[in-house]
Design a protein around this ligand. Structure first.
Ligand code: SF4
Length: 261
């Protein structure tokens, strides 16, 4: 009888954090030996807490424009709240950074010309929840983490790739891999597919690694950021309500640890 284990092909899991580190090192070497300019990155962001660590980590390495494009957030009030927090975070980080010029009071500049290096721009996409409902049709009752979420990732990454290609960015990526509840492998696979389709490079990531998620919690406290306790769509909100009613935890880390037991 054959030993099943030795004959089952093992899928080599890619360490996307390591991939990112390798790429960052080669971009830095290229920058030093070249014209000294940083590459331009279009960073899809879901909310301020997830963006905090990613911006801290990447802002010295790229010229970053943040794209808030989240048609998955069903309620307008919630959508606006997350958007306002993200803009407030960018404003505070810009004001804090040494040597950066001060943005106009209360504004988020959208004109990249003449901005100091490291200045974070924020742009907002359309709020179009009908697009989310179209892609999630028939998958409404799936739990978070399944096929509905993969389509939701694609919807947001596709729009980011499209804009990145149209506007001549060097790279695009998303903050979503920082969440322990998101599938980083799937996000990176979809990112690579979108890169091919739109002809713009995707920055691989697994931002939760190297204490990225932990750091985002610390930064959220530092900036007093609103931390939502559900992902965004009405289906995840219903899941959150069920958990609450059952007396179960709703924060990402506790939910994940319980699921792993
Ligand atoms: S749970 Fe989150 S990722 Fe999944 S479909 Fe809803 S909003 Fe999208």
């Amino acid at each position: 009888m054959q030993n099943k284990e030795c004959c089952t092909p093992q899928k080599n899991r890619i360490n996307y954090q390591k991939e990112l580190e390798k790429l960052l090192a080669s971009l830095e070497a290229e920058r030093i030996s070249g014209n000294g300019k940083k590459k331009r990155l279009l960073l899809h962001a879901c909310c301020a807490p997830c963006s905090s660590y990613v911006l801290e980590y990447l802002r010295e390495k790229f010229e970053i424009t943040v794209l808030y494009y989240n048609p998955n957030i069903t309620e307008r009030e919630e959508y606006e709240k997350r958007s306002a927090e993200l803009k407030r975070l960018a404003r505070q980080m810009n004001q804090e950074s040494a040597g950066a010029g001060q943005p106009e009071k209360g504004s988020v500049l959208t004109e990249p010309a003449a901005l100091p290096s490291g200045f974070i721009l924020v742009e907002e996409g359309e709020w179009e929840p009908q697009r989310f409902f179209e892609v999630s049709k028939g998958l409404e009752n799936l739990p978070e983490g399944g096929e509905r979420c993969f389509r939701c990732y694609e919807l947001r990454l596709r729009e980011t790739a499209r804009i990145a290609a149209e506007r001549g960015f060097d790279y695009f990526t998303t903050t979503l891999t920082i969440s322990p509840l998101k599938n980083a492998e799937k996000l990176n696979e979809i990112g690579a597919l979108m890169a091919e389709e739109y002809g713009v490079a995707f920055l691989p990531s697994d931002f939760k690694k190297k204490n990225g998620y932990k750091r985002s919690v610390e930064l959220s406290e530092k900036y007093g950021l609103y931390r939502q306790d559900y992902c965004g769509c009405i289906f995840s909100r219903a899941e959150r309500d069920r958990r609450k009613a059952d007396g179960q935890p709703t924060d990402a880390v506790t939910v994940l640890r319980k699921a792993e037991l």
